[in-house]
Design a protein around this ligand. Structure first.
Ligand code: SF4
Ligand code: SF4
Length: 404
């Protein structure tokens, strides 16, 4: 496991263990702490143990000097923002580490910096094909195992806590938020499209998802072993990196349009283009948790007031104040509506029978799914790519000639 991956993993898991402890779930903290230590020891990778000790010290020190921050006791939206920035920072560092590794391979030098396998999360088609290989052939890919692990991680977050991955973890969502705020400084108007344009645009991401699913489903199972053993799959990550680092003119125009979309409409990229958002939108219907408005506490029913603060806070333009349960596929469980609500208990992210998931609880669930699963994949030997550097070094020189 690479340095940045190890540091992020340990910090996140130690932090979620500490949140369980501060939240009064002492047994939960003990179990997750024991699992974390057990998995670290079982990995036989001593740097991970050292980083675990460092992470314990860092989280303890933060708890000493910034208890509210360490206990995730701020407004739900503030907790979410910190979480999203943490993910964005770690992805940025992962990107730098990946770029150095790829640069060294290209220069023909044996990389002194490990390739961060988590970068395979950007290979959703490879992840889908690998999942199909596991399910239909019992074949476990050894070139990009992290791709299928991360695909399952993202799907599991959707099943448990709706599109919280989009609202709490995705760095692209955060970048879009900054672009939107920048645009609002120059042009103050909201510029929302009318519903008859908005709805077809929202379907675009489902069409893109359908195209990607078609690629995976239409590949005959019999040809999957050849694909997984082929050079194209071995360098799929490098091809993706080159696509982003040295984009063609067409790609640049595409990026420009996506940036313009994100700046024009809040969450424009998540709402209209992102196939991962579409996938999570579908999976999110399985989640038992929804934003629920309790009419016993809401100011509309209890005081007859014309309150719509929750609706105005919602970046997805969901009419929260007129519904009891928010089932929308666009809800990212961001809890901005909960933060904006002046009446405690009027809005909660909860199950149908009223079990709430607080911002702290959601953070624990998200960090546990997103970091514990990769840790166990790593310990079971199904995380690190087995493609030798020598082969990558050879293939990277003829990248543009390698096709399906
Ligand atoms: S309904 Fe609430 S949680 Fe869902 S997207 Fe809107 S503000 Fe966020
Ligand atoms: S902000 Fe709170 S009190 Fe106001 S309408 Fe929404 S749920 Fe009701």
């Amino acid at each position: 496991m690479s340095t940045i991956e190890s540091i992020t993993l340990m910090l996140a898991l130690v932090y979620s263990t500490s949140l369980l402890y501060w939240g009064g779930k002492k047994w939960g903290a003990l179990v997750s702490g024991a699992l974390l230590l057990g998995a670290t020891l079982a990995s036989f990778f001593w740097p991970l143990l050292l980083i675990l000790l460092g992470a314990v010290l860092v989280v303890t020190a933060i708890g000493q000097y910034q208890p509210a921050f360490a206990n995730a006791e701020g407004r739900p939206n503030a907790v979410r923002e910190i979480c999203q920035h943490f993910f964005a920072l770690s992805m940025l560092l992962v990107g730098v580490q990946y770029a150095i590794n790829a640069g060294l391979l290209y220069a023909g030098e044996t990389p002194w910096l490990m390739r961060p396998d988590v970068g395979d999360a950007f290979l959703p088609i490879a992840g889908g094909i690998e999942l199909k290989a596991i399910l239909t052939l019992g074949l476990w890919d050894q070139n990009h195992p992290a791709a299928v692990v991360m695909l399952c991680v993202v799907l599991l977050t959707g099943v448990v806590c709706k599109r919280a991955f989009c609202g709490w973890a995705c760095p692209l969502g955060l970048a879009g938020e900054y672009l939107y705020k920048l645009r609002k400084r120059v042009i103050h108007a909201e510029l929302l499209p009318p519903a008859w344009i908005d709805w077809p645009l929202r379907m675009v991401k489902y069409l893109l998802l359908a195209a990607l699913l078609y690629l995976v489903i239409s590949m005959p199972s019999a040809s999957i072993p050849n694909y997984l053993a082929g050079n194209y799959h071995k360098v799929a990550d490098l091809k993706m990196a080159v696509f982003f680092m040295m984009p063609s003119m067409v790609a640049l125009i595409g990026f420009g349009m996506i940036f313009a979309l994100a700046a024009w409409r809040r969450q424009g990229f998540c709402r209209y283009i992102c196939p991962y958002g579409a996938l999570l939108g579908i999976v999110s219907f399985l989640s038992p948790f929804k934003i629920r408005r309790d009419t016993q506490h809401c100011l509309i029913e209890t005081k007859g007031m014309n309150c719509d603060k929750c609706t105005r806070a919602c970046p997805a333009n969901i009419s929260v104040h007129t519904q009891k349960n928010i089932r929308s596929d666009e809800c990212q469980a961001c809890m901005r509506c909960v933060s904006a609500c002046p009446k405690k208990q009027a809005l909660q992210f909860s199950t149908r029978n009223g079990i709430p998931l607080s911002a702290r609880g959601l953070l624990i669930v998200l960090l546990t799914i997103m970091f514990m699963l990769p840790l166990f994949a790593y310990v079971s030997g199904y995380w690190h790519s087995q493609t030798p550097s020598a082969i990558k070094m050879e293939l990277i020189q003829k990248l543009d000639r390698i096709g399906h």
